[in-house]
Design a protein around this ligand. Structure first.
Ligand code: SDX
Length: 428
């Protein structure tokens, strides 16, 4: 029970309304305003600038200090010492696995990477040049058709197998989106490869030649998967939670998350960063400064993609690790002089010294450097957000599972109505 209270007085209301104040294990306290509607009032918070929508134990972000913890572990330590499958286990089940638990979990994932053969037919309905995110959204929603009748989300084992299926099948479906786009045959997953190796194998191997996964790329891919895995109540995770709060099929809920992630203000930013670097073109000082000035000009819709964040008012700790990975991968490839990397680094430097960005606490976010690595690995720009979705699936389904395993209510926000007051239908 909360012993601290918040008190609200409202002009015209002859009473003080009291609300309980709760503290979490870390981060800001929250004021529980649920009883406010009984007083005929709503809180109003478009864009959820100051709203806690749920209780969660999965990920903690301190935007002021640039801290990101997954089940208490700092993202920098995880990126250094862990791998995506181990992190996925921790996000889903709450603790890092011991060796036996890890081996069983990894084996189970490997054994679920294939998709129903009929699912391949779904792709034929799309134009060849359809954006891969539109295809992914459709086919993941289509998975619900294969896992619905016998699925009881009130049963833990059904929730767990749904999570395993999604974690395991997303790389397969993602690679199928790419192969469909380029007119090459789909590749079946292989059980002798790691998660990241398997994804790269399915993306780039073809029946005409022997294909070996570059270990540098596989390590970078696993790092990128880890850095995008989860991020608290971001827009797409909140979408999955809201859809899930109606009791909807979890595969359909993940499809809703994919749709939300696609936007350039969210996961679509990594694709938008590369398009922006393409648009900037040359690394001359005056040219880069011109784009920085455009980003500051309110009359110009141009924004520095990959910059800024709703929560981080300091550097995004993922961007720091991503930048190090970018340097490592490009150095390994002898591409340290990559022109787009040089433009990105110069852009970051100019922006971080510019009053406009300093005043608004705009720093590079997770999307600023990721695209440069993905491009170096050979992944086309329009597949960047698909890669983000493959990774974020573990975050989405962990939050879905946390909610469905708890006492939850359907999410149903209210509004400030500004339309017509009641009026009669005009007599004819
Ligand atoms: C992700 O929520 C998450 O956790 C998301 C994510 C995750 O892992 O799930 O971290 C992944 O989505 C990262 C963000 C990727 N998006 C981008 O890189 C797109 C560019 N960034 C902006 O669109 C923006 O910064 C947002 C959407 C990320 C945040 O928007 P907010 O919190 O609503 O902030 P805002 O738009 O109100 O900006 C505050 C000010 C405004 O100027 P003023 O009105 O105060 O004068 O900063 C300006 C904005 O115009 N601003 C920018 C800017 N971002 C904000 N100006 C130029 N370039 C930018 N990128």
């Amino acid at each position: 029970m909360a012993d601290r209270k918040a008190r609200l007085t409202v002009d015209g209301l002859d009473k003080t309304i009291e609300f309980p104040v709760y503290s979490g294990s870390m981060g800001p306290d929250v004021i529980d305003v649920r009883t406010l509607s009984a007083e005929g009032l709503f809180t109003h918070d478009p864009g959820f600038m100051a709203t806690s929508s749920t209780e969660s134990a999965i990920t903690f972000i301190d935007g002021g200090k640039g801290v990101l913890l997954h089940r208490g572990y700092p993202i920098g330590q995880l990126a250094e010492n862990s791998n995506f499958v181990e992190l996925s286990y921790a996000l889903l089940f709450g603790e890092l696995p011991n060796d036996e638990e890890f081996n069983k979990f990894e084996r189970t994932i490997r054994n679920h990477t294939m998709v129903h053969e009929q699912l391949a037919n779904f792709f034929k309905g799309f134009r060849r040049d359809a954006h891969p995110m539109s295809i992914l959204c459709g086919v993941v929603g289509g998975l619900a058709a294969f896992y619905h009748d016998h699925l009881d989300i009130t049963k833990e084992e059904d929730r767990t197998i749904s999570a395993i299926r999604l974690i395991a099948k997303m790389p397969t479906l993602a690679s199928m989106c790419y192969k469909y786009n380029i007119g090459q045959p789909f590749n079946y997953p292989r059980n002798d490869l790691s998660y990241a190796e398997n994804f790269l194998y399915m993306m780039f191997s073809n029946p005409c030649e022997e294909f070996k996964v570059n270990p540098v790329f596989a390590k970078a891919m696993d790092r990128i998967f880890m850095l995008h895995a989860d991020h608290e109540q971001n827009a797409s995770t909140s979408t999955v939670r809201l859809a899930g709060s109606t009791g909807a099929n979890p595969f359909a809920c993940i499809s809703a998350g994919i749709a939300a992630l696609w936007g350039p203000a969210h996961g679509g930013a990594n694709e938008a960063v590369l398009n922006m670097l393409d648009e900037i073109g040359d690394e001359s000082e005056e040219n880069i400064q011109r784009f920085v000035d455009r980003a500051k000009d309110k009359s110009d819709p141009f924004k520095l993609m990959g910059f800024g964040h709703r929560v981080y008012r300091n550097f995004d700790p993922r961007a720091k690790v991503m930048k190090e990975t970018c340097d490592e991968v490009l150095a390994e490839l002898g591409m340290a002089d990559d022109p787009q990397l040089k433009i990105a680094k110069r852009l970051e430097q100019i922006a971080l010294e510019d009053e406009y960005f300093i005043e608004r606490k705009l720093y590079p976010n997770v999307d600023f450097y990721s695209g440069i690595i993905l491009k170096a690995i050979g992944i086309p720009t329009n597949m960047f957000t698909v890669v983000f979705a493959v990774s974020r699936t573990i975050g989405w389904i962990s939050h879905w599972n946390e909610m469905i395993s708890s006492n939850y209510k359907i999410s149903r926000p209210r509004q400030l109505y500004t339309g017509h007051t009641e009026r009669d239908y005009p007599a004819k």
